[in-house]
Design a protein around this ligand. Structure first.
Ligand code: 5GP
Ligand code: ZN
Length: 109
């Protein structure tokens, strides 16, 4: 079966998209844990952080942070703060094997 995030990126599966550029898609988490909970997903399929390649992916992974901070500014949550999380492997809480960064805000842990 195809990767669910690749299906969303290809627009074969629906998602509530909040940002898109050539390299990154951001959409709302289907099961949010806070008022703001989105997933920043590189369009290239990289399964986990363990598969990040120094020659290929460094710029792409860096851009996730740039998009995250721009969205935080746009949504006016810079003051209240937010959490960026990348889960790695089953023991690290990763369910979907396509690298993604959670941006979560609006709830105390
Ligand atoms: P992980 O645990 O792998 O870091 O996070 C995967 C996240 O993807 C979970 O928070 C889960 O709710 C979300 N998710 C899983 N499948 C879908 C989907 O089909 N659509 C959306 N929008 N989110 C999904
Ligand atoms: Zn994928």
């Amino acid at each position: 079966m195809a990767c669910i995030f690749c299906e969303i990126i290809a627009k074969r599966q629906p998602a509530d998209v909040v940002y898109e550029d050539d390299d990154i898609l951001v959409f709302k988490d289907i099961n949010p844990t806070a008022p703001i909970h989105v997933l920043l997903v590189p369009k290239a399929h990289v399964a986990t952080v363990n598969d990040v390649d120094e020659a290929q992916h460094v710029g792409l992974m860096g851009r996730l942070f740039v998009v995250a901070k721009k969205l935080a500014a746009q949504w006016d949550i810079v003051g209240q703060g937010y959490r960026l999380t990348v889960n790695v492997g089953r023991g690290g809480g990763q369910i979907v094997d396509h690298v993604h960064m959670h941006l979560v805000s609006g709830r105390h842990r």
